[in-house]
Write a protein that binds this ligand. Structure first.
Ligand SMILES: Nc1ncnc2c1ncn2[C@@H]1O[C@H](COP(=O)(O)OP(=O)(O)O)[C@@H](O)[C@H]1O
Ligand SMILES: [Mg+2]
Length: 417
């Protein structure tokens, strides 16, 4: 594997400055700008979230200046190295920056060479310190000291879970919504994304309305920042799950490509522990983009023959696309033991285990959908809820077993013909 890129964030209140720096760095193969922030406080939050190697920090900014932010970041993300960029080349400023814990000080506008050499030197230092502090819980790096590039331990990016069925009406949205509620807590925040751009109904299932949608973010997938994203998400009152709704009208869906959608999902991994994506049953470009960006796919079927036939077709397609079998969690919804097509039989026949069955329960599910209140909020002891809890456990466990999909280049995952 090639040396890991130096992960950089830019903190500056002026959009033009952020853009200029990003442009200067875009041709540097060893540097990756992973995020931008507009104020010291945003920079602090972003640094905690993304744990970058290097932070390029402005001094004069609203709400928290760069010196204070530097002090705080040095405490909470100690290995991240801060390079101050300031219009003032005043030695007094420089001393204050150094005292606050900055590693370097450049005057604006920096030349490419100044900038890249400051980043590289800070990057090496960050890697060394990160490797030291993570000893004991990160993997061992083979090779002698100093001889091999230091592999940075995995930053805790979120996981993308796509809920899909090649047959409509089998319960994808029901499962996506309730799984989101089940996985969400203060430590592991969840965003639920409606990937059914034409006829998505996630917001309806949650009794929420949103002016903004996937269409407001996906086309800007290359220039997102947490503030923009948070401005578009809605917060579901009774569960705290964040929601990215489908557009208001079906024709707006055309504005989103699969690639943009995949990029958006990957971006959300920096802000959330779990990104749950509801999809349409048609294998559209956007659905494929979602699958492409996913760590695991929950494939939903019911006990009827058309649903089972289509699940079979999808498993064949997935195989042809090179999607590893263990990334697909096969689930049977609306399960009724009295019906002869049992989970065991289907598992055996498909050579793909059904990892969870969710019982048919119209008494709980239908009113919950109509009221827009997921049953996982207020009805956790029923068999259907216990099914979701069991699925939640399987998902957590499987996510720990599959290789991190974020690290793989897109082309090796889904080669669209
Ligand atoms: N386990 C279940 N028991 C009873 N009804 C269910 C169950 N799961 C889903 N439903 C009902 O089936 C309908 C379709 O579910 P939905 O989640 O919208 O499917 P999809 O998103 O796959 O089209 C909904 O009206 C929902 O109330
Ligand atoms: Mg649906």
């Amino acid at each position: 594997m090639a040396t890991e890129k130096i992960r950089v964030i830019i903190v500056d209140d002026i959009a033009e400055t952020r853009e200029n720096i990003r442009k200067l760095l875009q041709f540097e193969n060893d540097v990756d700008v992973i995020g931008v922030a507009r104020t010291g406080r945003e920079g602090l939050d972003l640094a905690k979230e993304t744990k970058p190697d290097v932070i390029l920090m402005d001094i004069n900014m609203p709400d928290m200046d760069g010196i204070t932010a530097t002090e705080l970041i040095t405490k909470s993300v100690p290995f991240a190295k801060i390079v101050i960029l300031s219009v003032q080349s005043d030695p007094n400023y420089m001393r204050r920056a150094m005292l606050a814990g900055a590693r370097d000080f450049l005057t604006k506008p920096p030349s490419v060479d100044e900038l890249t050499s400051a980043i590289r030197s800070a990057g090496v230092k960050a890697r060394e310190e990160r490797a030291k502090t993570s000893q004991g819980f990160s993997q061992q790096v083979p090779g002698g000291p100093g001889s091999s590039p230091i592999a940075a331990p995995a930053v805790s990016l979120g996981k993308v879970i796509v809920v899909y069925s090649p047959k409509g009406g089998v319960g994808c949205t029901t499962i996506a919504v309730n799984l989101a509620v089940s996985l969400h807590n203060d430590e592991t925040q969840v965003v639920l994304v409606d990937g059914n751009l034409q006829f998505g109904d996630v917001a309806v299932f949650l009794n929420e309305q949103s002016k903004n949608s996937v269409v407001d973010l996906a086309p800007r997938a290359d220039e997102l920042d947490p503030e923009v994203v948070n401005g578009v998400l809605i917060s579901h009152g009774s569960s705290g799950v964040k929601v990215l709704a489908a557009p208001f009208r079906p024709e707006y869906a055309e504005n989103v490509t699969g690639e943009q959608f995949a990029k958006l999902l990957r971006y959300l991994r920096r802000m959330f522990s779990y990104i749950i994506v509801d999809t349409s049953s048609a294998l559209t470009d956007v659905t494929l983009g979602g699958i492409d960006a996913s760590d695991v796919i929950i494939l939903v079927t019911t006990q009827d023959i058309p649903a089972i036939k289509n699940a079979r077709l999808f498993l064949d397609v997935a195989d042809a696309l090179g999607i590893e079998k263990k990334r697909i969690l096969f689930v049977m919804n609306r399960y009724d033991r009295r019906i002869g097509i049992t989970a065991e039989k289907v598992s055996e026949n498909f050579k793909h285990e059904i990892v969870a069955t969710l019982p048919l329960d119209e008494r709980i599910v239908v009113p919950s959908v109509n009221r827009g209140l997921p049953f996982m909020v207020n009805n956790k002891s029923q068999p259907i809820a216990r099914g979701i809890l069991a699925l939640t456990e399987v998902v957590r466990q499987r996510l720990s077993q599959v290789e991190d999909q974020a690290e793989k280049p897109v082309s090796t995952r889904i080669a669209k013909k």
